[in-house]
Design a protein around this ligand. Structure first.
Ligand code: PBG
Ligand code: ZN
Length: 324
């Protein structure tokens, strides 16, 4: 059967027909809002590299969490900017660290909103790398203990899901063991299993002042040219006990996302990162693109490619659109 019997346009004739046959749906509860927590009180400062996103003190992040929960979003993910940085990244696993205090305050106020915490050291190290430096290199195995300690301290503060983003080998196993040993058997691990060494993180690094002081992250984050290796990374993280797999960045890696989803049939997330956000904002501010249409089209593409949920700086704004 083909033309003129078959005419695909029959099902595109009206909004109602298109709604009826649509394959992919973007839902409010599929979106996760990243938030940046900073020290002090009453701080709400726009981030210059990410217009429309803010540095929020703990009191302000609680307010934002309340608003986000009322919009129907399921979760937020927290990133912290500590008072001070040191070579060990001690702010990452301090009992009264910035993220730990934020998690406690948020869970006290909106216990039903899921709080995901990013597990990494780069926001807390003076050298800006995601692990410990030994002989001028990022040392894998000594970093694992600190990552595990970070995850446990976040779980103790009340985090529902911990999300290691450091790309050290063996971190999922180290974190799972430490969580279980401390009684947190039900705290899930969302692994940034496939995280590429990407220029798309630029605006984020400016936001959290985490650009490496020497070298780059290519020795631990993945080569953008590789997809077979991505599948292997996912396999390893599943073996180590990851509950959710993430592919990052987003749009430039939708082929990887689709392959991972197909190959493993696991809960798979994607992160529309800071550079993707900044590019849309810059073009929109110049009047070169239809901002809302671009955002909705892009997020729909993530779902079509296989994302079960999406971390996006647009989460709360899109929730407002979807709810209205
Ligand atoms: C920390 C981390 C980064 C991002 C998430 N967690 C930065 C990096 O690896 O350099 C990027 C998020 C974004 O760009 O929006 N390792
Ligand atoms: Zn890092």
């Amino acid at each position: 059967m083909s033309f003129p019997i078959e005419r695909p346009r029959r099902l595109r004739r009206s909004e109602a027909l298109r709604n009826l046959v649509r394959e992919t749906h973007l839902n409010v509860y599929d979106l996760v809002q990243p938030l940046f927590v900073v020290p002090r009180e009453d701080v709400r400062t726009e981030i210059s590299s990410m217009p429309g996103q803010y540095h929020l003190s703990v009191d302000q992040v609680v307010k934002e969490a309340v608003r986000i929960h009322s919009l129907g979003l399921s979760a937020i993910i927290l990133f912290g900017i500590p008072e001070g940085k040191d070579s060990q990244g001690s702010g990452a696993y301090a009992e009264d660290g910035i993220v730990q205090r934020a998690v406690q305050a948020i869970k006290n106020t909106v216990p039903d909103l899921l709080v995901i915490t990013d597990v990494c050291l780069c926001e807390y190290t003076s050298h800006g790398h995601c692990g410990m430096i030994k002989d001028g290199e990022v040392d894998n195995d000594s970093t694992l203990e600190l990552l595990a300690e970070t995850a446990v301290s976040q779980a103790r503060a009340g985090a529902d899901i911990v999300a290691p983003s450091d790309m050290m080998d063996g971190r999922v196993e180290a974190i799972r063991e430490a969580l279980d040993a401390n009684g947190f058997i039900d705290i899930a691990i969302l692994s940034y299993a496939v995280k590429y060494a990407s220029a798309y993180y630029g605006p984020f690094r400016e936001a959290v002042d985490s650009a490496p002081q020497f070298g780059n992250r290519k020795g631990y984050q993945m080569d953008p040219a590789n997809i077979q290796e991505a599948l292997r990374e996912v396999e390893l993280d599943i073996e180590e006990g990851a509950d959710i797999i993430m592919v990052k960045p987003g749009v430039a890696y939708l082929d990887v996302l689709a392959s991972v989803k197909q190959a493993f049939s696991r809960v798979t997330a994607s992160f529309q990162v800071s550079g993707e956000y900044a590019m849309i904002e810059a073009a929109a501010r110049n009047g070169w693109i239809d901002r809302k249409a671009i955002i909705m089209e892009t997020l729909t593409a993530f779902k079509r490619a296989g994302a079960d949920f999406i971390l996006t700086y647009y989460a709360s704004e899109v929730a407002e659109w979807l709810n209205s």
